[in-house]
Design a protein around this ligand. Structure first.
Ligand SMILES: C[S@@+](CC[C@H](N)C(=O)[O-])C[C@H]1O[C@@H](n2cnc3c(N)ncnc32)[C@H](O)[C@@H]1O
Length: 251
């Protein structure tokens, strides 16, 4: 569920880690193909990733980190390094994670907002994101939209969301990724309305501007069969958001 304490993050981590070998089955589903296409378009469509330093918060199996490496990120070192920790705890400075060296050109937080049920934890994550990105640098984050949308309830595009329980300011639910020939991946989620609604409040509060969702109509998979994607276009299950860290003179 959410990660408002280290115990809760430990649960999220354990749940994910146990199922991580099956998580990449997502890539074979329409949902996962779309996510990959929108993600790389947002992160690197304009060549931004060439030689960029990148921090991937809650990187999971490294799906998205590998995509930006292929797009030219970290070309000098050409490698991925992994750190374990709760990304809602202070990451930098004396109490931070040894080995991290901000600021980064690109900071990503994909599907992290959908494990948070506390505004304080959300603020702590945003403080880390803000501290991690250089002025003029980029933030990219995949996040759920309203999980009760038809696209997610029906499973037309692969994964489903279910077990909805509203709480003040957000919603708990679970999500399922079908895996061919193996048990489905099942995750517990919590999304705050300020995250899933499309509000840019947090981005702006933490120093970002030019906040945009990557248009799903531009993805090759959508262009190849717009009829199939109509339900998604009307109410998508996720969006890939990108934003620019304000330059000092813009603040
Ligand atoms: C659905 S997976 C997505 C993984 C990866 N970002 C991707 O897009 O492929 C969610 C990931 O977020 C991680 N996560 C959730 N809350 C976290 C927290 N507070 N600190 C660090 N990682 C967290 C989980 O351990 C898991 O790896």
């Amino acid at each position: 569920m959410a990660s408002s304490s280290s115990t809760e993050f430990a649960q999220v981590k354990k749940e994910y880690d146990e199922q991580a070998p099956s998580y990449n089955a997502l890539l074979k589903l329409p949902f996962g193909v779309l996510e990959s296409q929108l993600f790389i378009s947002a992160a690197a469509g304009d060549g931004f990733c060439k030689n960029a330093s990148v921090l991937d918060l809650g990187g999971g199996t490294g799906l998205r980190a590998r995509q930006v490496l292929e797009a030219g990120a970290a070309r000098e070192s050409g490698r991925l390094r992994w750190f374990h920790g709760d990304v809602s705890r202070p990451l930098f400075g004396e109490q931070g994670v040894v080995g991290l060296c901000p600021p980064y050109d690109l900071v990503m937080a994909n599907w992290i907002f959908d494990h948070i049920d506390s505004p304080d934890v959300l603020k702590a994550l945003w403080r880390n994101i803000a501290a991690a990105v250089r002025p003029g640098g980029r933030f990219v984050g995949v996040r759920a939209c309203d999980p009760r949308c038809e696209a997610m309830k029906t499973g037309k595009y692969g994964p489903t969301c279910q077990d909805f329980v509203e709480f003040s300011g957000g919603i708990y639910y679970s999500s399922t990724i079908p895996v061919s020939g193996a048990p489905s991946v099942h995750l517990e989620n919590a999304s705050l309305e300020v995250s899933y609604s499309g509000s840019t409040e947090m981005h702006e509060r933490y120093g970002f501007c030019d906040v945009k969702s990557e248009p799903c109509e531009n993805a090759e998979i959508v262009k190849s069969d717009p009829g199939f994607w109509q339900l998604w276009i009307e109410r998508p299950g996720f969006v890939v958001v990108k934003a620019q860290k304000r330059l000092n003179r813009q603040q």
